[in-house]
Design a protein around this ligand. Structure first.
Ligand code: BES
Ligand code: ZN
Ligand code: ZN
Length: 496
């Protein structure tokens, strides 16, 4: 799908559908929408008076052959209350409009930005919303009859003088949405199509294309590095593990500047191992590599956006399956750091592979860490599919991430990390154990386990188990992988 800026007057655009949005005010027909209304002989005001056009959030009003416009259709999207309107709302409006129109086989759209909102950020939000909305998870369907993707989106409402800011926003939005869809495509892959080896190949191809340094550690190198925690998970099945290392180095790095380390959990399938999961819903565990895919997507965007900070990304990847050689509850493993771990539950495998990922990224020189992982079912209990769980060891670093999330319009909620929870993972027969012995707080003990390996480095853990997968389609996004946290992390890196 192409998205480009068009400075011609919107009334003259010969498009399949002109889209704009209106607010849930006493009079929703204002500004540019009121211009359209006048050209259409007061049709919109009549619809508003009759109660059909209200501006309520994501209300869709489709008008065919609108008078006064060259467009074949006019779609008005409800933007909700004006004082709640922000970039996140605009992104959803653009996405919902695109999905509404593509379901009706519309191929070309013009999106008219409202007066007073002709900014770089608006262009970026619209590009992000439209491109993410156009992504479908039908890769493995042979019958593409229902493949109704939109071909072109024109961004309208910008004058020639405003062209430069509009173009800049579109270009940023394209980079970010393409990265998000890259991540979503990986997350959508079933485990028979995406083993750790294949994921590593795809990471390598992405890095080379983007101009990033990349190294793939195979099972031999992983053993040489003594990544015992990762290997303990991988020993359960025939697929060898991989660790992807992708690095972005800025042209003129500031001496003494932080080095950001991104670690992502990439379990290409999580059966639970010997502590096996119930059959119902197990198929979803193909998305247990979403943290890793997110970090790879962030790196893809970083390569294009070129922040002035070094970023290292480490993605440990394995399956968690059951074979004769699988580790068993009670087994004691030695992590790369030298710490010994009592594996009381083989289904708490994400923290094991992250432990070695964190140790390794610190060895590579990362000073400020963020990990992302579909780590616990408990975070779904706590925050449902609405907020990402945020855990941090250093409040200024965590605040920076929370501010980036706010700016990206992604909902994240900080969880407590009191020392008392740390007691829950004290080992009886080894240094630590991989599940808590207390009752409850499962997401927090999981976070504490990873933190043990981060040591004094400022560290953040994002539990995306509840938010990386949409069980139902949203008006602005297909069912399945969401690409959550990617925009926040890009903002975080770009803040340097
Ligand atoms: N991959 C799962 C967590 C998960 C659950 C992700 C639901 C997405 C949706 C993780 O490896 C896991 O199984 N965690 C266990 C930990 C427990 C054994 C302490 C869990 O949450 O049940
Ligand atoms: Zn598990
Ligand atoms: Zn898992």
């Amino acid at each position: 799908m192409q998205i480009t800026l068009e400075t011609k007057p919107y009334a003259t655009l010969e498009t399949d559908a002109l889209v704009s949005y209106l607010f849930d005010d006493a009079d929703p027909v204002q500004g540019r929408v009121s211009e359209v209304d006048q050209a259409a002989n007061g049709l919109l005001r009549r619809l508003a008076k009759s109660g059909e056009l209200t501006g309520k959030s994501l209300e869709m009003t489709l008008i065919h052959a609108p008078a006064g416009l060259k467009a074949a259709r006019l779609l008005l999207v409800g933007a909700g209350k004006r004082d709640k309107f922000d970039g996140a709302t605009l992104r959803k409006i653009a996405g919902a409009a695109l999905r509404y129109l593509k379901a009706r086989s519309v191929k070309n759209i013009a999106f008219l930005v409202r007066e007073g909102e002709v900014t770089e950020d608006a262009a970026q939000a619209i590009a992000e919303g439209a491109l993410a909305a156009n992504f479908e998870t039908d890769k493995y369907k042979t019958d593409k009859k229902n493949d109704k993707s939109v071909d072109t989106v024109l961004l309208a409402g910008y004058s020639d003088k405003e062209r430069a800011i509009g173009e800049k926003g579109l270009s940023r939005g394209r980079i970010i949405a393409d990265a998000q869809n890259f991540t979503r495509d990986l997350v959508n892959e079933p485990s028979n199509k995406l083993t750790p080896k294949i994921l590593a190949e795809r990471a390598e191809a992405m890095a080379k294309e983007a101009g990033l340094a990349v190294e793939i550690l195979d099972e031999k190198k992983i053993a040489d590095l003594k990544m015992g925690a990762l290997l303990s998970v991988a020993q359960g099945g025939p697929e060898p593990p991989r660790v992807m290392v992708v690095t972005y180095t800025p042209a003129n790095p500031k001496p003494g500047a932080p080095v950001i380390g991104l670690i992502g959990k990439a379990v290409t399938f999580d059966t639970g191992g010997v502590s096996i999961k119930p059959a119902e819903g197990m198929e979803k565990m193909k998305y247990d590599m979403a943290g890793g895919a997110t970090m790879l997507g962030v790196m893809r965007a970083v390569a294009a956006l070129k922040p002035n900070v070094k970023v290292i990304c480490v993605v440990p990847s394995t399956e968690n399956v059951v074979g004769g050689a699988a580790q068993k509850p009670g087994d004691i493993q030695t992590a790369m750091s030298g710490k010994t771990i009592e594996v009381l539950n083989t289904d708490a495998e994400g923290r094991l592979i992250l432990a070695d990922g964190v140790t390794y990224i610190k060895q590579l020189g990362a000073t400020h860490l963020v990990d992302a992982a579909t780590l616990t079912g408990a975070i779904v209990v706590a925050l449902a599919n609405i907020n990402v769980g945020v855990f941090g060891s250093d409040q200024p670093w965590t605040d920076k991430l929370l501010a980036s999330a706010k700016a990206a319009g992604e909902k994240m909620w900080q969880m407590p990390m009191d020392d008392e929870y740390r007691e829950f993972i004290k080992g009886s027969f080894a240094d630590i154990q991989n599940i808590g012995s207390g009752k409850g707080g499962g997401s927090i003990t999981g976070a504490w386990f990873i933190r043990e390996f981060a040591g004094d480095s400022p560290w953040i853990h994002l539990d995306i188990a509840g938010t990386a997968w949409n069980d139902d389609a949203k008006p602005w996004l297909a069912k399945g992988p969401t690409g959550v946290a990617l925009r926040t992390l890009i903002n975080l890196v770009m803040s340097y």
